[in-house]
Design a protein around this ligand. Structure first.
Ligand SMILES: [Zn+2]
Length: 281
């Protein structure tokens, strides 16, 4: 009877510690993933400050021309600006004077769109125009700006009607999926031009799912590696000071009997042999 009791206690001890370990690891993973998710927002918002101060590192302009079903030639002007972790696509229906970047250009740029379904400029422009529905489409510049590092993970749609400034000296601006600052017209009065929307502060919150998942996993992994290393170093330092590595209980450098505080190196209660007696009355 005593052996059965010992076997049950042994099993309870093992399963208890095993499940506690799994629980601890699960909790740690969830915490790291949540942290990674929040970091996406902070990183994107931090990156959105770069275009506010510096011109794009890479810019490309293009005109897209196609024939509509009733054989009318239609066209669209596109402009792409790249910064470090910021990618802006601008769309407008009419030809405008080219944007010439400010003297302080950023030389390093990085944009990465892993597994993102990439639509044609025409489809993307149509989506933004129909969502923001400008009263004056030919004077409006639509823009989709993506932010994130290492992958672009958040975006917002914006539109500026720069035909004429409002009485308060600002241009009419619309945005979806982000917070934004004001667009001041004083520097651009009287000469409609295309300039990067991202030159102003846009704080995006709409997810680009593939980038969001990849960044979150990368941030979580990095965080877990750092916290693992930190724990290992801390535990080693505790042992060097003669304390329990897990709970810092004072052992005065004598680790032979294990830790009475947290059970470290305490031998579990073992049965006298490994095969428990059959429970037959
Ligand atoms: Zn301990």
């Amino acid at each position: 009877m005593g052996r059965v009791y010992a076997a049950i206690r042994y099993h309870q001890y093992m399963t208890h510690t095993e499940s506690a370990r799994v629980q601890r690891i699960t909790r740690r993973c969830i915490k790291a993933l949540l942290l990674g998710l929040v970091l996406n927002l902070l990183v994107a918002w931090g990156l959105s400050l770069i275009p506010h101060k510096l011109g794009p590192g890479d810019s490309r302009a293009a005109q897209v021309v196609w024939r509509s079903p009733d054989d009318v030639q239609e066209s669209l002007y596109t402009l792409e600006h790249k910064w470090f972790g910021v990618l802006e696509h601008q769309y407008h229906n009419t030809r405008r004077s080219r944007f010439h970047g400010p003297p302080r250009q950023i030389s390093l740029w990085w944009t990465w769109r892993p597994f993102e379904q990439i639509y044609s400029s025409r489809d993307e422009a149509r989506a933004i125009f129909s969502e923001l529905n400008p009263t004056n489409p030919d004077a409006s510049v639509a823009s989709r700006t993506r932010f994130g590092f290492p992958a672009l993970s958040l975006y917002c749609n914006t539109m500026i009607d720069d035909s004429a400034p409002l009485p308060n000296g600002e241009f009419a601006t619309w945005t979806r999926g982000g917070f934004f600052d004001r667009i001041d017209s004083t520097t651009l009065m009287g000469k409609p031009s295309v300039w990067p929307h991202a030159q102003h502060i846009w704080l995006p919150y709409r997810p680009i799912w593939s980038g969001l998942v990849i960044n979150t996993l990368i941030y979580a992994l990095v965080w877990m590696m750092i916290s693992y290393l930190y724990t290992r170093v801390r535990n080693a330092q505790r042992m060097l000071r003669g304390r329990c590595p897990f709970c810092a209980y004072e052992h005065h450098h004598d680790f032979t009997h294990g830790c009475p505080e947290c059970g470290w190196r305490k031998t579990p209660p073992t049965p006298e042999n490994n095969t428990p007696e059959p429970l037959s009355g």
